[in-house]
Design a protein around this ligand. Structure first.
Ligand SMILES: N[C@@H](CCC(=O)N[C@@H](CS)C(=O)NCC(=O)O)C(=O)O
Length: 221
């Protein structure tokens, strides 16, 4: 069985792709267009909210990065990337899993697409500024959470590291350079050293390049 990953360059699909690579699970990339007035029919067929990523395989189609990440880690790799229910670390595992999706992600999305929330540029700029202030607080919290790093659970790599680490490659989301957050910096360096992450980023950098765009990373590979 080969999964089909529906993705667009340099989006949250990075996380799922890097996990598929890390878990060495067979997959094919299905590039789609997002933010289209007329929805891309291929995307519409798998993603009711017209967002990426979407994953198809094993008789199912699903969206939502966090849910897909959990599903893949439960189904592949003998649970190596999970903190199981009986583990004392489980409460924090759940906490960060949801923190990324519900506290971090909305403000990250605003930095890229303020036009979704306001039509006029001055309002967009105000929303981005307010959202960046929220991100400043979030990154302080995450920097503290990674004090015993390099990963969220010390030396133990989990899906959390992909859920955070792939979006942490985006320079646009930081109120100040990543180098000034010692634990975020260490985490990002550890993630960029992983072949799964490098393979994934290389593909997205090349894709952007083919589209005539450049893809900057918060920390160069
Ligand atoms: N909560 C979703 C968010 C996915 C999302 O917003 N993806 C962006 C790209 S990073 C997208 O497809 N946006 C298109 C749109 O908002 O129409 C997840 O984590 O998968």
């Amino acid at each position: 069985m080969t999964y089909q990953l529906y993705l667009a360059p340099n989006t949250y699909a990075l996380t799922v792709q890097a996990l598929l690579e890390e878990l060495e699970v067979a997959h094919e990339l299905h590039w789609v267009e997002i933010f289209q007035e007329t929805p891309d029919p291929d995307l519409l067929a798998v993603s009711p909210h017209l967002r990426v990523p979407a994953l198809k395989g094993n008789g199912m189609v699903m969206v939502e990065t966090g849910a897909i990440a959990l599903y893949l880690a439960e189904r592949h790799g003998d649970g190596a990337l999970l903190i199981p229910p009986c583990d004392p670390g489980r409460p924090l595992f759940l906490q960060w899993l949801h923190y990324f999706a519900t506290t971090l992600q909305p403000d990250v999305l605003i930095q890229f697409h303020p036009e979704v929330y306001a039509e006029d540029r001055p309002t967009q700029a105000r929303i981005m500024k307010a959202s960046m202030r929220r991100l400043a607080g979030v990154f302080d919290v995450l920097n503290d959470a990674l004090a015993d790093g390099p990963y969220f659970f010390g030396e133990r790599l989990t899906v959390l590291d992909f859920l955070f680490g792939m979006q942490a490659t985006w320079p646009e989301i930081y109120p100040r350079p990543i180098e000034s957050y010692p634990n975020l910096y260490r985490h990002q360096k550890a993630m960029l050293a992983r072949p799964s992450v490098r393979r994934t980023l290389d593909i997205h950098i090349a894709r952007k390049h083919d589209n005539g765009e450049t893809m900057e990373l918060a920390l160069p590979m």
